[in-house]
Design a protein around this ligand. Sequence first.
Ligand code: GDP
Length: 445
Amino acid sequence: MFETLSDRLTSVFSSLRSKGRLSDADIDATCREIRIALLEADVALAVVKDFVARIKERARGAEVSQALNPAQQVVKIVNDELIEILGGETRRLRYAKTPPTVVMLAGLQGSGKTTLAGKLAKWLRDQGHAPLLVACDLQRPNAVQQLSVMAERAEVAVFAPEPGNGVGDPVEVARQSIEHARRQQHDVVIVDTAGRLGIDQELMRQAADIRDAISPDEVLFVVDAMIGQDAVSTAQAFMDGVGFDGVVLTKLDGDARGGAALSVRHVTGRPIMFASTGEKLADFDAFHPDRMAGRILDMGDILTLIEQAQKTFDEQEAAKMAEKLVSGDGFTLDDFLEQMMMVRKMGPIKNLLGMMPGMGQMRDQLNQVDDRDLDRIAAIIRSMTPGERAEPKLINGSRRARIAKGSGVTVTEVSGLVVRFFEAQKMMKRMSQGMGIPGLPGGRN
Ligand code: GDP
């Protein structure tokens, strides 16, 4: 997501870096470039105009002319303004004083609403809540079934009318679901409403009726980021028809431009609260404007990386591994495999690396990172005997051939892995002896 914009802005700033002082002409030229970058990213024109005007005003002011490093100061201004346009502070879900908290989802059909219901339910469950998913989309055949599947995957309860028992009124289903949640002690209710293919007055009224019947604490408007500029007009129509408190952007994984993300908040005045980045339930998180701005400007998103690590590993697991790393001794191929699998659990390697600062410029190489390479390494190690894993020096030519055959790779790949393992082991020893890592601060070169 945001790749085009990110690339453009990074190149605008790199051409600024060579300049000691910035003249008004430099600032104008930079603003022009930023304007083009935003328009190319499909950001709504009104938003672009506002954004660029603010950058220009601040860049011409004292903060840049008096700065030691004017180029850096401009990056800072753009970062500040990006955060602002993306919503400023992270807007968290508001829970009701007396449970259940009622969250209603609205959006076009195909926007990813039902998937989102499952993601949000899992996200809440992971934080100790007991959500109830409610199927109020009685329009689309299979919608109820699809939500039930989501609930099962998210391991949460679902409230849906039994097919054929005469419950065909979504408003009534919504009302009953709140009673049900109270009885069953669910503290959050997520109501999935019927999607619409286009702006449809009848369905819009239905959503409004459901809203009036259950007085949701949060109405979330779900929008597919890939529809670009249309996101803005759709948002406007839902704002007028139903009204909403926050926005959920879906399919950000497929949207290289990100214009919707940058426009929706500005146009509707409602914050983006969550973002979906894939088809799996875990591809979902709260939306943090500051972190997103950091990613756009290729400054990395270390906070999300750390959170992901904390979510994935339990403390003991991490401590055990750290101890092995520090001692340096006794580091075997089994540990190597275990470490690799731990990283693997955090998600696709490409995504993880993408969160590191400066990685944006290495996008082509990143795209070649293939998680299947890790699977091949795992297969090689698993084809070794326990003795070989503990003492890889035992692995001679004939053993390499046997391992290669067992894991379906070439002998060269097996040799490559063993060599890399020895390097890793050497590195651990150096670290444990306090010599640091070559090339890094404190390390010997
Ligand atoms: P609904 O009609 O609004 O309920 O939409 P669905 O939840 O059925 O989603 C429509 C399609 O989009 C499905 O094929 C989903 O798997 C897919 N989808 C949903 N969210 C995402 C996402 O964040 N990224 C990607 N790539 N696909 C998604």
